[in-house]
Design a protein around this ligand. Structure first.
Ligand code: NAP
Length: 240
């Protein structure tokens, strides 16, 4: 039985992860869905009311002082079985171009998109280690963006967002090396250009297409031999 934790699960891709995991033939035993304001997370609360597997935990991913308390709550819930899948999904886009936008915005975007996934993963390291059927390894999934690919950058701009996701990619690569001795995988996945509040109405795919594919890819990564990859939502490799 799988235990999954998803950050930023109140809307967009995070909410769809919860929805699609629940629809699986063999759904996770525990889905920890975090959000900043559970009172306002109406759709997520509806999912939690429909299934006892969904547990809503309040988490501002940039509140690093609150992490020990958060991890205690996670450990209490999952017990000795640990956590199998950590999806660092929460993220933000702050607009910074060459001549507009502040240094504070760049730092804030870094904090949300790169430092927070790092701190959360570090805090949950021992919880992830407890998981571990040998052929179905625990995995850290960092939801990144193709906009963080240096190779793919032909249009420039977006300084805060692009660099924060490039940093997240490097964090993922280092994690994949550091965690491999503990039998934990780490991958960066680009969800596609998706119609969410962040992706806007012109996105090429909807959350269903993005997330059903990502769930399949995550399952493949857990049983596969590759690690430290930067993957598209359909499983294709993306150049760093
Ligand atoms: N949509 C796309 O086309 C696209 C493309 C590439 C990558 N991505 C990545 O996919 C992920 C999900 O994006 P989305 O499209 O679903 O965006 P979204 O609809 O804007 O949702 C963003 C989520 O992140 C949460 N969040 C932001 N800052 C947070 C913080 N400090 N603490 C906790 N939660 C925080 C938001 O919570 P609140 O509701 O509380 O703000 C919300 O749940 C992000 O990492 C994004 O960079 C998206």
């Amino acid at each position: 039985m799988t235990r999954v934790l998803i950050t930023g699960a109140n809307r967009g891709l995070g909410l769809e992860f919860v929805r699609q995991y629940l629809k699986q033939d063999n759904p996770p035993e525990i889905i920890i869905a975090t959000c900043r304001d559970p009172d306002k997370a109406t759709e997520l609360r509806e999912l939690a009311e429909s299934s006892s597997s969904v547990h809503i935990f309040k988490l501002d991913t940039t509140d690093f002082d609150g992490l020990p308390n958060f991890v205690n709550k996670v450990d209490e819930l999952v017990g000795d079985n640990g956590l199998d899948i950590l999806i660092n999904n929460a993220g933000a886009y702050l607009k910074v171009s060459l001549l507009e936008g502040s240094s504070d915005d760049i730092i804030e975007n870094f904090k949300i998109n790169a430092v927070a996934p790092f701190m959360i993963t570090r805090s949950l390291y021992s919880t992830l280690r407890k998981s571990g059927a040998k052929n179905n390894l625990p995995v850290v999934v960092n939801v990144t963006s193709k906009m963080g690919s240096i190779q793919d950058n032909t249009s420039g701009g977006h300084y805060a967002y692009r660099t924060s996701k490039t940093a997240l990619n490097m964090i993922t690569k280092s994690m994949s090396v550091d965690l491999s001795n503990s039998g934990i995988k780490a991958v960066a996945i680009h969800p596609g250009w998706v119609r969410t509040a962040m992706g806007g109405p012109n996105g090429l795919i909807d959350t269903f297409e993005s997330v059903t594919n990502m769930i399949r890819v995550i399952a493949e990564v857990r049983v596969g031999t590759n690690k430290g990859l930067f993957l598209n939502y359909d499983g294709a490799e993306i150049e760093w």
